[in-house]
Ligand binder design. Structure first.
Ligand SMILES: [Zn+2]
Length: 119
């Protein structure tokens, strides 16, 4: 699946270059692939396949960022739930300590995500 996706992106990049688009030093924050500047001046990501998110700095870029943050937040919450369950079952003091340390960093990340999202 991932492989196929990569091939699609590479093909799209080749198409863009052929059409005279310019490859930029900036990369897409979601896909990590180089962004392209079209002759029209529109900046697009070959993986997103559209210019909407990166056409302009500002609001739309923020939307893309929030999508990532929301996803990260739900992943972190899942891990916190998992670790909480493990901690509940654990009687080994050293393992408990490890779980608490992990939970503490997860909660740290979570509060950072939330402070970013609320901006
Ligand atoms: Zn992208």
């Amino acid at each position: 699946m991932q492989q196929k996706q990569d091939e699609k992106v590479i093909k799209k990049m080749a198409d863009l270059l052929r059409s005279g688009a310019q490859m930029l030093a900036e990369t897409c924050p979601i896909h990590g692939v180089p962004l392209f500047k079209l002759k029209s001046g529109e900046i697009i990501c070959p993986a997103c396949g559209k210019g909407v998110l990166f056409a302009r700095e500002g609001e739309e870029t923020k939307v893309a960022g929030n999508v990532i943050l929301n996803r990260l937040e739900s992943v972190i919450l899942t891990k916190i739930r998992l670790l909480t369950g493990l901690l509940e079952q654990e009687s080994d003091i050293y393992k408990m300590h490890e779980y608490v340390k992990s939970l503490s960093s997860l909660i740290d990340v979570l509060s950072k995500i939330r402070s970013l999202s609320s901006k």
